[in-house]
Design a protein around this ligand. Structure first.
Ligand code: HEC
Length: 113
């Protein structure tokens, strides 16, 4: 009889189910991010357009980039006197939600003539 077990296939199935699980655990919710973003608006603006010159605009910024930066501030890999404090207590879920919220804001750019 033919033996059905295929180690490569099993590994692929395992990897796929781990990916599915982790994406379910951190499914980003922009509506939650919008609520959390009230902590960010003094500097980054309610609409993600910065209010202070030393803070960057976050509106329309990619979710992956925002998420990576917040995790870097949280871990200390990236340091800034304001952001290191802000990011310190954010959970992975909150970071995902915030990143999804800022990415969802649509912006348009107008180049000078
Ligand atoms: C007190 C002002 C202040 C508050 C509040 C604040 N930020 Fe910031 N944020 C900054 C400044 C200033 C920088 C630029 C840091 C640097 O120069 O490295 C920054 C940078 C960032 C960056 C990196 C963007 C990039 O282009 O690299 C992200 C992402 C970010 N903030 C998200 C947030 C989020 C989300 C919140 C709320 C949970 C928040 N910030 C609250 C001031 C603030």
């Amino acid at each position: 009889m033919l033996k059905m077990s295929n180690p490569v296939l099993s590994a692929v199935i395992l990897a796929t189910s781990i990916l599915t699980l982790s994406s379910t655990a951190f499914a980003a919710d922009p509506a939650e991010g919008r609520k959390l973003a009230s902590q960010c608006k003094v500097c980054h603006g309610l609409d993600g357009i910065a209010k202070i010159p030393i803070a960057p605009n976050l509106a329309g910024e990619s979710q992956i980039y925002i998420q990576n930066q917040l995790k870097a501030f949280r871990s200390g890999k990236r340091e800034h006197e304001m952001m290191s404090v802000v990011a310190k207590n954010l959970t992975d879920q909150q970071i995902a939600d915030l990143a999804a919220w800022y990415q969802s804001i649509e912006i348009t750019a107008k180049m000078p003539e």
